[in-house]
Design a protein around this ligand. Structure first.
Ligand SMILES: NC(=O)c1ccc[n+]([C@@H]2O[C@H](COP(=O)([O-])OP(=O)(O)OC[C@H]3O[C@@H](n4cnc5c(N)ncnc54)[C@H](OP(=O)(O)O)[C@@H]3O)[C@@H](O)[C@H]2O)c1
Length: 245
């Protein structure tokens, strides 16, 4: 049975960040979905090909030319564009607990990967959504990017970069609606998911609240399937609830 039953007929999909924990689980579910015809799966590192539905390609969010090239290589409209990239920690650097740890270069990198990169993906890939038909553009954001939900503090750069991503999504959704009135453009919070990104921070997460990538990916595609253009511009959690900015 299709998780994407709201598409009237099979569509092409694009996954950006198909090498990641959630991105590879999304790609795998799309491979099995009868309502998905073909998947362009892009990643910075390599994507394991497990189905002849998948066409793998390279993308580096820090290199706009590679984003433009990736979009051009798709060569056809896509009903679903899923952006699964992001970064919380790398090279032993942990997110900031205090303003004392703020570092301009590290902050700029967090913004480059978590907000500017997906915005450039929107620039080059949103035109691939079909006009006059249902189309979905979703980017993985995070609940911690919600300003009104910030009661714990910490993780300055990641929080701020995801808040900026949410604003990019809202702004793009308004422009998108003018040319693609049936399109939906949203941010998604996947829950706490057992991937490399969350590994160092799983200590205090109860077992039942730590999702497998497959569980999260299935929930996110189910949420997307139920969204309408009236939902565009918002941030939705894995269980379908709208997260206030
Ligand atoms: N896991 C969670 O608990 C959780 C919670 C809330 C939100 N999220 C969000 O969900 C998204 C996916 O996270 P995940 O848990 O699946 O993490 P992950 O396994 O670390 O995957 C991150 C993905 O981002 C890609 N990426 C990073 N920098 C890139 C760049 N410059 N160019 C192209 N691709 C780049 C990685 O590519 P490589 O494989 O090449 O490194 C990888 O595909 C992120 O936006 C994250 O903020 C996750």
């Amino acid at each position: 049975m299709s998780l994407l039953s709201a598409f009237p007929s099979p569509v092409n999909a694009i996954v950006i960040g198909a090498s990641g924990g959630i991105g590879s689980a999304v790609t795998h579910l799309l491979e099995q979905d009868p309502n998905i015809a073909q998947i362009h799966a892009f990643a910075r590192s390599s994507v394991p090909i497990t189905s002849d539905k998948v066409i793998a390609g390279k993308i580096d969010l820090l290199d706009e030319a590679s984003i433009a090239q990736a979009a051009a290589s798709c060569g056809a409209e896509a009903g679903l564009i899923f952006v699964a990239t992001g970064m919380l920690h790398e090279d032993g650097t942990r997110p900031e607990k205090s303003w004392r740890s703020l570092d301009a270069d590290k902050m700029a990198r967090a913004f480059a990967i978590n907000s500017i990169g997906p915005a450039l993906v929107a620039k080059h890939f949103l035109p691939l959504l079909p006009r006059g038909q249902r189309g979905l553009f979703a980017a993985l954001s995070a609940r911690v990017g919600s300003i009104s939900d910030n009661h714990l503090g910490g993780w300055y750069s990641y929080r701020a970069a995801k808040a900026a991503l949410n604003q990019m999504i809202r702004t793009a959704s308004i422009e998108l609606a003018q040319k693609h009135p049936l399109a939906v453009c949203v941010g998604l919070h996947p829950g706490t998911v057992d991937t490399n990104l969350s590994k160092p921070f799983q200590g205090n997460v109860p077992d039942k609240k730590l999702f497998t990538p497959e569980t999260s990916a299935r929930a996110l595609l189910t949420v997307l399937n139920g969204l309408t253009p009236a939902d565009s511009g918002n941030l939705f959690a894995w269980d379908g609830t709208k997260i206030p900015f």
